[in-house]
Design a protein around this ligand. Sequence first.
Ligand SMILES: [Zn+2]
Length: 285
Amino acid sequence: MFDRFRSRLELSGWLTAETAFRIGAGRSTEVVGTDLPVVRDALGRPYIPGSSFKGVLRSRLESLVRAVSNNRKVVCNPAESEEWCITAQDMQEFKERVREVDARQRDEVLTERIISESCLLCLTFGSPWLASKVLVRDLLVDESLWFGQFQIRDGVAIDRDTETAAEGKLYDYEVVPAGTRFGVRLLMENGEPWQWGMLFIGLKEFEHGYVPIGGSKSRGLGWVRLNWEERKLFLLDGEEGEARLEKLIRFLDGEGFEDVGDQMVRTWIEAFKKKLAKAAGQVMV
Ligand SMILES: [Zn+2]
């Protein structure tokens, strides 16, 4: 890959549970305690795996983009290998074709091909052939508000044959209570304006509290709301020579970022709309 560092978008804030939620850790094998515990960090506190948050964000954006175009070159289905924007067979063909290219340029030509054939979601969140530009840290609980207040709820096991409550088959499950909050830290490296716009559209759904996380959503669990604390962007583009090196060194010290204001976000969302319209238009003709 010929990736050169160009920019980093850094977002941080809080995700607050508005209802109880549960991200299950699987069935407990403990004799005492709950049948279905939630995931815990090494210190026994609840947390939200960064991969879970990113997965919910991606699938939310997939369904939004699918409302405009269902073509796999615009938004593919990562759950079905036959419906990926670049299938394993496509990849095989690309590789065979680049054999004709001069050996020194093969990787570059292949990379360009992958980028031009990937859907908008894979270009941003990664695919089997492309690294993700979005990194989400594990969301750790706000320690100032957490004192071990897990809650246990009763569930009723459903008999799969009769679809009625199976008599005597009670189980309990653990939840993290409403009001618990978690630190969010999200990075996008080397994104383009349309990708920042897409990211903010997806995150807006969390800001408005429209996206539930975790399991047992039918029981009303999982409603969360996102609030920003800091949104900042570091851009290396536009600088040359010594000034560029100077800026890079400041970046390594955590300096040289600019605050991301609402106007910038609006411009990026416009860039995303244009990109989506273009991508959807290209595959229609
Ligand atoms: Zn894709």
